[in-house]
Design a protein. Structure first.
Length: 574
């Protein structure tokens, strides 16, 4: 076959069409890539930045191609001066492509500086400029893959349209519309019905084996006050990875007696794993039996803890209360998923909220049967998706007090959390979204601080009755991520930045959405006090909403020292 014949082959023509680029699309793609290099909430290394840059470049290219076609169709069509001479057109294309490439390379220099700036706010080292240039390679691969995939889909649409024209003599535009509708419906069906479900099923198979393992050094508790003990209705092997961590760790009665200088009680920890029973209702029945068996309703403090996706309960939050109340506590949690929170959040928010509602309502109903003078203080804690799960039990703020909760601490609530979102939208006029005020702080308070003194100022008296506190970092993408970021600038990006958000961050349509989406995957990996890592500020939250009688700041610092000494390997495995 001759070279000319080879070049005329349909497959060759089709393959070449995938490589050829629209020069307006190139300009838009470069613009979106450059905007994606601007800083967001958390530091991004070159690999993450390349992924986000490539996605945005691909989207920008598509917008550019669409804009070019609309201009040709409605503005430039039948203009005497368009198209210009080929030499001028080639020059325009060359300048556009060269300028776009140069802008992308040069933009990486301030991008690396911005990342160092964000890293400095977190107290970590930022990337070197030279190494950050690798971002461009990843972005080209990702963007090229997206553009190539889009072109293949467009070719399929055109093929369908040609078939409809030949078969039914349809008008060109009608045939294209029908072809596009078919591909869109098939794509949505494939994504929602096959890819998403397949991803969730595959993720469950990946994470389920870990649920059957036990962390090194963790052994079955022998104390009757713990689920999983030989006396428990919830067998040790059924509690799951995080459940076994929860019931087998924490301070014991000897440690608490030494810490507080007074006879302590053995803390009660009740838990049910996914394998403890076959259904949510059956697991809840086991939990209630465990609460009765351990004498949880006779303790001073009963704490309901809707868990995160994997069933994780923050060990600092649990130990803090047990140390503050010298073991006169009962903590209860229940697993509803094998999946990390970010997968559960994207794939099945409803399940987490239903599980939280079931647990809160069932325990509250049993608690309400007790004589008022014999009821323990009823407290609610939730972190990350556990916060959202807990909020699912309440239609509105007064319901928390009506049900008898004395204290609620919610940490790092996802943006879609119904109660948090409602309070933020209805916040007192003039207060910022990043740290709002509602009803002048009569029941609920918000704090973005990590410093004990600042949290104390945010929660200062008067604060009578039920206390509800949200801890939220300005740099936490779990809180600030929302689909609305695609086309709407949020209030928190118009307000002065919080203590650990760079003032250089700006909102750009589409771009910011993908930046914050990438930040979510790294939210818990930054140092404590930033992102989605709340460190020991949870202790200060407890001191604000549920202090024992006569509690002082010195007591809080005493517990903080003890927490630091007893820190374990339990990390933020949401």
């Amino acid at each position: 076959m001759s070279a000319a014949t080879h070049e005329g082959h349909p497959l060759y023509v089709w393959a070449w069409s995938l490589v050829r680029l629209d020069f307006v699309g190139v300009a838009f793609g470069a613009l979106f890539f450059c905007l994606s290099l601007t800083p967001s909430l958390l530091p991004r290394d070159w690999l993450f930045q390349g992924l986000i840059g490539g996605i945005n470049a691909g989207i920008g290219y598509g917008i550019g191609v669409f804009t070019s076609k609309m201009l040709h169709r409605f503005v430039l069509r039948r203009r005497e001066w368009w198209p210009p001479p080929k030499r001028v057109l080639y020059a325009l294309k060359a300048v556009t492509v060269a300028g776009s490439a140069a802008a992308c390379v040069l933009m990486l220099i301030p991008a690396a500086a911005w990342q160092r700036q964000v890293s400095a706010l977190m107290g970590i080292e930022g990337p070197a400029t030279l190494g950050y240039l690798r971002t461009l390679v990843i972005a080209l691969l990702v963007g090229g893959t997206l553009v190539g995939t889009a072109r293949v889909l467009l070719d399929v649409i055109k093929t369908l349209a040609r078939y409809f024209i030949r078969r039914w003599r349809l008008h060109d535009e009608v045939a294209l519309f029908i072809g596009t509708a078919i591909i869109v419906v098939l794509a949505i069906t494939l994504i929602n019905g096959v890819l998403v479900r397949g991803f969730l099923a595959g993720a469950s198979r990946v994470f389920q084996p870990q649920n059957s393992t036990t962390r090194a050094g963790i052994t079955q508790p022998m104390e009757a006050e713990r689920s999983g003990s030989p006396m428990s209705f919830a067998e040790w092997d059924t509690l799951g990875f995080q459940g076994r961590n929860f019931v087998a760790t924490g301070p014991d009665v000897e440690e608490l007696t030494e810490l507080n200088g007074a006879p302590a009680k053995e803390p009660i920890r009740v838990y049910a794993g996914l394998q403890t029973a076959d259904t949510d209702e059956a697991r809840m029945a086991v939990v209630l039996s465990e609460l009765e068996r351990t004498g949880a309703f006779d303790r001073k403090l009963l704490v309901i803890i809707p868990t995160t996706g994997t069933g994780w309960i923050n060990p600092v939050a649990a130990r803090s209360l047990e140390m503050m109340y010298n073991g006169d506590t009962a903590l209860v949690g229940m697993q509803y998923s094998y999946l990390p929170s970010w997968i559960s959040f994207l794939g099945d928010q409803k399940k987490s909220m239903e599980s939280g509602r079931l647990m809160i309502n069932a325990i509250h109903a049993r608690w309400e049967q007790l004589p008022p003078d014999r009821r323990p203080k009823l407290v609610l804690y939730g972190e990350s998706l556990g916060s959202m799960a807990g909020q699912g039990a309440f239609s509105w703020l007064p319901d928390i007090a009506r049900m008898g909760f004395s204290s609620v601490l919610w940490v790092g609530p996802p943006n879609a959390s119904p109660l948090w979102r409602g309070l933020t939208v209805r916040r007192d006029p003039g207060t910022p979204e990043v740290e709002p005020r509602y009803d002048n702080g009569r029941t609920v308070r918000f704090s973005q601080a990590t410093d004990a003194e600042e949290i104390a100022r945010d929660t200062a008296p008067p604060w009578e009755g039920t206390r509800v506190l949200f801890l939220q970092h300005p740099s936490d993408p779990i809180i600030w991520w929302s689909p609305d970021l695609l086309f709407s600038q949020p209030d928190w990006l118009e307000e002065p930045p919080g203590r650990d958000r760079t003032a250089s961050m700006r909102w750009y349509p589409i771009v910011t959405f993908w930046q914050v989406s990438a930040d979510m995957t790294n939210a818990a990996s930054v140092p404590g006090g930033h992102g989605h890592n709340y460190g020991d500020s949870v202790l200060d939250g407890w001191a604000a909403v549920a202090p024992p009688d006569g509690w002082t700041p010195d007591d809080t610092e005493r517990i903080r020292i003890a927490l630091n000494k007893s820190a374990s390997n339990d990390g933020p495995e949401y």
